[in-house]
Design a protein around this ligand. Structure first.
Ligand code: HEC
Length: 285
């Protein structure tokens, strides 16, 4: 009886071990150095403006940003477009307004108070919060310490994803053709049997994603003359998406810093007070 029990326990253990190794998907996430990382980091306004341009010219044909209001493009700490430019940008969009035509609804030109439209392609996810939904670079053994030091990490993931398209590996060409596109940073996509070895391990990193490669480098022309290499364009749009997901990051960091300075000062004062209170008693010895 006891023997049988240990045997089942071992079997269960073995099974979970197999499951764990099967679920372990290797991806290649690069640790880019973004301006907003670290306790003193802040968004680079020019980078956010370039990212907005990339989003508008390329990503918006499929993806929405339905939680982001146009007026926030003018806010300090963000892309901070001049007000007239922000208004002109909003007017470039049409939104559906239910209150028009006596409740029937109709399209009208967007105003700063309106939000970006949702995704134009039904299977393309909305990108408003994507940079927070996806953690990028966890650091060694996924401790999360890197996230704490280097920022949220989602921007790293998105930049790596955009630059992570690669040629289909040999092993994939041997099996059934795959739906989608091979990407070394994407984990949850399809994966061909022919790339899994006899121990159940994946022979190549990443998986197959439904999004065709959106950026190749030189996709846009920047007014500020910044490089349009694939890595740079990917980082710009990722920084912009980090801002849409956490527009108040700067304010949060500042509040945190103020708190730390205040507490440091308070500790010094309390230390001195403490010394003073006990000084007469200490002298007696
Ligand atoms: C042709 C349409 C199309 C374009 C253009 C496009 N995407 Fe996508 N994107 C998709 C689809 C479809 C998916 C869902 C893929 C899947 O889940 O397999 C997706 C998924 C994503 C994801 C989520 C990946 C994940 O972890 O689930 C991100 C991030 C993303 N796109 C960013 C971008 C950015 C940034 C751009 C512009 C540079 C862009 N996309 C341009 C269609 C598009």
């Amino acid at each position: 009886m006891f023997r049988k029990l240990t045997f089942t326990a071992a079997a269960v253990l073995a099974m979970t071990a197999v499951q764990v190794s099967a679920a372990e998907i290797e991806t290649e996430i690069e640790d880019f150095a973004f301006s907003f990382e670290g306790p003193f980091g802040s968004f680079d306004q020019m980078q956010l403006q370039r990212g907005l341009q990339v989003y508008t010219e390329i990503c918006a044909s499929c993806h929405g940003l339905e939680l982001v209001a146009f007026r926030t493009l003018h806010q300090e700490g963000g892309p901070a477009l001049p007000e007239d430019q922000m208004r002109a940008y909003a007017e470039f969009y049409e939104v559906f307004d239910q209150s028009l035509l006596g409740g029937e609804g109709d399209f009208r030109t967007a105003t700063p108070a309106d939000k970006f439209p949702g995704s134009a392609l039904s299977n393309a996810p909305d990108l408003s919060l994507m940079a927070k939904a996806r953690a990028g670079f966890h650091g060694p053994a996924g401790t999360g310490i890197s996230q704490f030091v280097n920022g949220m990490g989602g921007a790293e993931y998105i930049a790596s994803l955009l630059a992570g398209y690669a040629e289909e590996p040999e092993c994939a060409l041997e099996g059934e053709p795959m739906d989608g596109y091979y990407n070394v940073a994407f984990a949850p996509g399809g994966f061909p049997e022919s790339c899994i070895d006899e121990h159940g391990h994946r022979m190549v990193p990443g998986s197959w994603i439904g999004m065709p490669q959106p950026l190749y480098g030189d996709d846009v022309e920047y007014a500020d003359g910044h490089s349009t290499e694939l890595d740079h364009v990917s980082q710009d749009v990722s920084a912009f998406l980090m801002w849409t997901a956490e527009p108040k990051m700067m304010a949060r960091k500042q509040a945190g810093l103020t708190g730390v300075i205040f507490l440091t000062l308070l500790s010094v004062l309390l230390y001195l007070t403490n010394k003073r209170i006990w000084a007469p008693h200490k002298k007696k010895h």
